[in-house]
Design a protein around this ligand. Structure first.
Ligand code: ZN
Length: 252
């Protein structure tokens, strides 16, 4: 099964507040239990769509029909995906879309990769149209959020909360415009490369992560063809929890 890259879900990047933002996000990113939300306001003051970068499963819907409770949708990747920090499940929540945009949405629905999901809005009392979103590794864990010591409802998953630039690549063919980043630097989505194991008579250790202290999960013979999905330092990711050192791969 080909792995999907987890890429930024808006066509125009217009981040209006980073996770360090003093306007409303500090209490999330500096509390005891943290998450790293960003506000995405798209191309202008209008209402851009948030797209599914990969197949995403709807895990929970909160606030629909209430003007006080901000509409929130929890989304989890259907499969493990490629992120800048490796291959894993990703789970997050998006907030402030309108009732109308999620009127018929059901828990269990799968947004296929590339599908329009919902648009920015102000549901729950936001000051301008945007989507507040926050992400982590792992799968959905009920009830999806929990108040931290500063009273902010931070994401909970079976994994851990991550900064958006650790979770998303930017696909320049999709997110063509960058209006504002608030200082966040997203890696460009890499292209897959076919490589061959080059170890002579010995076999190449495949490790669970990008370190020689990480567990060996398999061995590959000289000449084996592999797909390199992304790299991290000197390490190449060739599948879910499968990393090899780049000095033992060659292009031909
Ligand atoms: Zn926000």
């Amino acid at each position: 099964m080909a792995l999907q890259y987890f890429t930024y879900p808006f066509k125009t990047m217009g981040i209006s507040q980073s996770y360090t933002g003093s306007y409303s996000h500090e209490k999330y990113s500096t509390g005891n239990r943290k998450d790293y939300p960003i506000d995405e306001a798209g191309s202008d003051t209008g209402r851009d769509y948030m797209y599914a970068p990969v197949d995403l499963v709807v895990e929970k819907i909160y606030g629909r029909g209430s003007s006080r409770q901000p509409n929130t949708v929890w989304l989890q990747t259907k499969n493990k995906v490629i992120t800048p920090i490796g291959v894993c499940y990703v789970c997050g929540r998006a907030t402030h879309m309108s009732d109308a945009d999620i009127r018929n949405l059901k828990v269990g629905h799968v947004f296929k990769a590339g599908a329009k999901m919902f648009r920015e809005y102000v549901d729950g009392g936001a000051t301008g149209n945007h989507i507040h979103m926050t992400w982590g590794t792992g799968k959905y864990k009920s009830p999806g959020w929990k108040a931290n010591n500063k009273g902010a409802y931070v994401l909970i998953t079976t994994g851990s909360n991550k900064k958006p630039e650790q979770i998303f690549f930017r696909d320049k063919a999709f997110t063509k415009k960058v209006r504002s980043t608030q200082g966040l630097d997203f890696k460009t989505k890499p292209s897959k490369k076919t490589m061959y194991v080059s170890t002579g008579k010995s076999r190449l250790n495949v490790r669970k992560s990008y370190s020689t202290t990480s567990a060996v999960v398999g061995k590959l013979k000289n000449g084996t063809k592999v797909t390199v999905y992304c790299t991290r330092g000197n390490w190449c990711c060739i599948g879910a929890n499968m990393w090899v050192h780049k000095k033992y791969l060659k292009a031909k």
